[in-house]
Design a protein around this ligand. Structure first.
Ligand SMILES: Nc1ncnc2c1ncn2[C@@H]1O[C@H](COP(=O)(O)OP(=O)(O)O)[C@@H](O)[C@H]1O
Ligand SMILES: [Mg+2]
Length: 696
């Protein structure tokens, strides 16, 4: 038999003998082997079909061999080879059928082959649907496990070209093809599945990266330090906030947590966390990189190590040094207030007792006494003056006086103090250094109080370096919106256990008579009143007191009370003075002291004062605020209503801080106020001031 392609091809005849059968089988096997070879490594269904069609065409010389497959819509579609042409000039067609439609649709649906030996005698082709070149036809089903996959179409121009044995042989080929196609579909599904999986993995990876970045951002912007520690106590994670401890995260990773603990031992709450106990809000003092202590609140929670090697802990650290400092300040202020109340109570009594000692010892020094007795009197006077100074400090302290601020130069204030202590430092062989920052603006502060603070601190520094050839340096500097005064000395420093107590009133390590323990507590109160702060750093050979003040340049608040120290000529005209004091001793002292210069009328009660003033004839009224029979305010009220010209001629006297506050609140007088215990010169100056003002 001659193939259409011209290639010699023996079409196996029906099985009539064993020789024919073996040739038939051999031929079939060879065809299948060739198909198998050509399909090696092919997974795509179309490619498989094209290869099979190519081999069959080549082997059998069938130009009209084709394979149709069922598509997703259930239509039989030509995927390889072509259907027979209806004429030589007619185009090759790729037909498609519904299942059950035509020969191909019927074969696919029924799963049974159809053999047409001669199309011209077959009524199914009577409608002329078949190309005239086709005489015999074999259509075989390609089946899958779950239904029809398609059909294999073979046709030839000679009638009777296909016999029943072709049905068996090509049927086997169609079965193998079915398997291959099913596998190919499976492989395709697998590839699609892989693609989807890769897509999913890529999407998830992006999501994980985004959530990782978010977590990182959370950790980075946390205001607390967040650390993780492994079972050996080593830091395995640190957020950037560790900078409050002076470290960057890289420096801390791998370090034992104990580097943050003073003394180098792991804190108990951390050990507890490692054994499973959560501990929140432990107050801990941690040690920064430069050894500086940091007050913190910590929480410790158990945390399994990332590699499952054991249990470590999650540590959160909050820097509370700011609030701790505030707490200490509040505690300090409370202490000062309590002491202040106590002091105010006793100061009044002691001051009254000091007045006669001061006044009479002053008078006696001027009396004509033997030199030996004058010396004794001088000693008495000196002691009384010292006692007065102590009472002054106590009163100032108890009064917590508001600073009388005015615009001044901080450098000048400091320079004045330096000049004052130079005498002492020279004698003591102490090197006194001074570095003043010229960029400091004019400030609004109570120069007298600030000088007192600097003097106190410089004196303490000089006391500390006494006996050695020490150095004391005073510096001023501007830092942003604050100015600083630093007093540094190279003395032995302050014992650790004393550091928290040095600002306490009456805390002193100095021998009796040398220290009162009031210096620093006064300084503290004054600086607080100025809205500033005092910080101390102390180590042997390096003690620094740093005063910070706001760089406030607002104009000075004018003092409400006039200055009793105004420099008036004491050679004032003689005047008539009404002196009122509830304490008979003081009354006697005042009468005695003023009698030489003025006409003095003593009076012990408020009602007496009013009746004497009613009679008139007085130039000055010296009025104690603590009269026995009525409050001083009533007397002042009476004066302003009935003798208004006298309102400006009143000198007030008091030994009690609260009286001053009371007075300044109800503005009954603007005259000078003398605080007890006073010296005679003060009384003279005040009275003289009134009389001189009268004259002007
Ligand atoms: N520069 C310093 N060096 C060492 N100790 C100091 C220094 N300044 C203050 N102190 C300590 O603080 C204490 C309290 O000081 P302070 O309140 O001024 O009282 P006082 O000077 O009367 O003792 C001092 O007794 C001293 O122990
Ligand atoms: Mg002192």
């Amino acid at each position: 038999m001659k193939s259409a392609g011209g290639k010699e091809f023996t079409v196996p005849e029906p099985r009539t003998g064993s020789a024919d059968l073996s040739a038939d089988i051999l031929e079939s096997l060879e065809t299948f082997a060739e198909i198998g070879e050509s399909l090696h490594g092919t997974a795509n269904a179309t490619e498989i079909c094209e290869q099979v069609v190519a081999v069959l065409n080549d082997r059998l010389g069938l130009q009209t061999c084709s394979i149709m497959l069922v598509d997703a819509d259930g239509m039989l579609v030509n995927v390889a080879g072509t259907s027979p042409r209806k004429g030589k000039s007619a185009p090759r067609v790729h037909r498609s059928f519904r299942l059950g439609e035509g020969i191909a649709g019927t074969v696919a649906e029924s799963g049974k082959a159809i053999l047409v030996p001669d199309a011209t005698c077959d009524e199914r082709f009577s409608s002329g649907r078949m190309a005239p070149t086709v005489r015999s036809l074999l259509c075989l089903p390609i089946k899958g496990a779950e239904g029809p996959l398609g059909v294999l179409n073979l046709s030839h121009g000679d009638p009777g070209f296909f016999g029943t044995h072709h049905v068996t042989v090509f049927g086997t080929l169609a079965t193998i093809l079915g398997r291959l196609l099913a596998e190919s579909r499976l492989a395709q599904k697998l590839a699609e599945f892989n693609r989807d999986l890769e897509q999913e993995v890529a999407t998830r990876t992006l999501e994980i990266q985004a959530s990782h970045a978010y977590l990182e951002q959370l950790l980075n912007s946390a205001s607390d330090v967040i650390l993780t520690v492994d079972w050996r106590g080593r830091v395995t994670f640190a957020n950037p906030r560790v900078s409050v401890l002076g470290y960057n995260r890289e420096q801390l990773l791998g370090q034992p947590f104990s580097v943050l603990c003073p003394g180098g031992t792991l804190p108990t709450p951390l050990m507890d966390a490692m054994t499973g106990t959560v501990r929140h809000h432990e107050e801990l003092v941690l040690s920064g990189k430069d050894g500086e202590a940091l007050n913190t609140y910590c929480s410790f929670s158990p945390l399994d190590d990332a590699d499952g090697s054991g249990r470590g802990a999650l540590v959160m650290i909050r820097d509370v040094s700011g609030s701790k400092r505030l707490e200490l300040q509040v505690r300090q202020m409370e202490k000062l207030t309590a002491i202040g109340t106590l002091v105010a109570g006793i100061a009044h009594e002691i001051n009254n007792k000091l007045v006669p000692i001061l006044v009479y010892s002053e008078l006696l020094q001027r009396a004509d006494l033997p030199e030996k007795e004058v010396k004794l009197i001088q000693t008495v006077h000196k002691s009384a003056v010292n006692a007065r100074h102590i009472m002054d400090s106590l009163l100032r302290f108890s009064r917590q006086e508001a600073p009388r601020k005015e615009v001044c130069s901080l450098n000048e204030v400091v320079q004045d103090v330096i000049n004052m202590v130079q005498f002492r430092t020279r004698k003591q062989d102490v090197t006194l250094g001074c570095e003043l920052d010229n960029t400091i603006p004019a400030l609004c502060l109570d120069a007298h109080q600030i000088a007192q603070v600097v003097l106190n601190i410089v004196n303490n520094a000089c006391d500390a370096v006494e006996g050695e050839s020490g150095t004391v340096t005073v510096r001023t500097e501007r830092r942003g919106d604050e100015v600083r005064i630093t007093v540094q000395d190279n003395g032995p420093g302050i014992e650790k256990e004393n550091l928290a107590r040095i600002f306490d009133p009456f805390f002193t390590t100095k021998e009796v008579g040398k220290g009162t323990g009031l210096g620093l507590s006064l300084c503290y109160g004054i600086i607080q009143e100025h809205g500033g702060d005092i910080q101390v750093h102390s180590a042997p050979g390096d003690t620094r007191f740093r005063i910070s003040l706001p760089a406030d340049t607002r104009s000075a608040m004018s003092a409400s009370r006039s200055d009793p120290e105004r420099d008036h000529n004491t050679k004032a005209p003689r005047g008539r003075c009404l002196v009122a004091d509830g304490d008979p001793t003081l009354l006697e002292v005042l009468e005695h002291a003023l009698a030489g210069h003025h006409d003095v009328v003593p009076e012990a009660s408020g009602s007496g004062v009013i009746s004497r003033l009613a009679d008139g004839g007085f130039d000055v009224l010296l009025l104690d605020l603590n009269l026995a029979d009525m409050p001083a305010e009533e007397v002042l009220q009476w004066v302003s209503e009935h003798r208004p010209h006298m309102s400006k001629r009143i000198v007030l006297m008091t030994g009690n801080a609260e009286d001053l506050d009371r007075l300044s609140q109800n503005e009954l007088t603007s005259g000078p106020v003398i605080t007890k215990p006073f010296q005679l010169s003060e009384v003279h100056r005040a009275v003289a001031g009134m009389l001189m003002a009268d004259k002007e």
